[in-house]
Design a protein around this ligand. Structure first.
Ligand code: IPE
Ligand code: IPE
Ligand code: MG
Length: 260
């Protein structure tokens, strides 16, 4: 498969290293077809499979997908149960393929609310792929950005209580180390499908300097072309990280000269 010109012309250096996705719109996709919402969730699994393959082709370091938020428990019991069952089944059916592709799987979120059976499945899947060196795939399940910052704060508070950490030593870098995915490259690009322009309590801390990309496409329709378009949009943007545009351009031209 060849990549669109916008990607190949810019070269790998400016591609994102870590992409996060809010996979939204499964329910509407099903409704448009006169089907039950769960039909949309099943179609969404195919889009996840395809997105992971494309991320491997793009040589992304990490892909983080939002599968179930801490607020999604508010949905009707039948839909929540169907989503839990689907998660369990998909973990079992996809893990071999992921392993074969050298993907390392990690589930991020508050796992304590899941059944023992599901937690066991998660542990097995993570253990099988833990030594893989390809794409790091993080699936956010019962995840909330506020939960993440809270659990990091509690970890620091515990150290203070135990006398191993002084309050004066708490800074952004230390709190960062306790937030999920601190060991990975920062999230460069956040994609949300489904047309809504909001974060819905996904990665709050980690998105501080991510580029945000919203598309009206519903998640089951998200394909290689849509992913390429999002990445191409990222490549075209100038990331300034608080500096001026002139500073950034000087920096880039300096880097280009030093590599000639
Ligand atoms: C996203 O699709 C999947 C989950 C939140 C589990 P939705 O189920 O939110 O689909 P819409 O937004 O209702 O169309
Ligand atoms: C965000 O989608 C969560 C996931 C994609 C898992 P939602 O459909 O739950 O978001 P809201 O409720 O529209 O903000
Ligand atoms: Mg939704």
């Amino acid at each position: 498969m060849s990549l669109p010109d916008a990607l190949t012309q810019t070269g790998e250096a400016s591609l994102p290293r870590h992409v996060a996705i809010i996979m939204d719109g499964n329910g509407r996709w099903a409704k448009e077809r006169g089907k039950m919402r769960v039909f949309g969730h099943k179609a969404g699994v195919k889009a996840v499979r395809n997105t992971v393959s494309f991320a491997v082709k793009l040589k992304l370091e990490a892909l983080t997908v939002f599968a179930f938020s801490s607020e999604n428990w508010r949905r009707p019991e039948g839909e929540v149960n169907a989503l839990m069952e689907l998660f369990f089944t998909v973990l079992g059916s996809e893990i071999k393929r992921l392993h074969k592709n050298n993907v390392r799987l990690k589930i991020i979120g508050d796992l304590s609310r899941f059944s023992d059976r599901l937690r066991k499945k998660i542990a097995q899947a993570e253990a099988l792929t833990e030594n893989n060196s390809g794409l790091q795939l993080n699936v956010a399940a019962n995840y909330g950005g506020r939960w993440d910052i809270t659990q990091a704060s509690r970890a620091l508070a515990l150290k203070v209580q135990q006398g191993t950490l002084a309050v004066d030593d708490i800074d952004e870098a230390l709190l960062s180390q306790h937030i999920c995915m601190s060991e990975l490259a920062p999230v460069d690009l956040l994609i949300r499908t489904g047309g809504d322009c909001r974060i819905s309590n996904f990665l709050l801390w980690q998105l501080a300097y991510a580029e945000l990309y919203f598309t009206p496409l519903l998640w089951p329709d998200f394909d290689d072309a849509a992913f390429s378009e999002a990445v191409a949009s990222f490549v075209r943007r100038e990331r300034r990280f608080g500096c001026t545009g002139e500073q950034i351009r000087e920096l880039i031209s300096g880097q280009a000269q030093s590599t000639v």
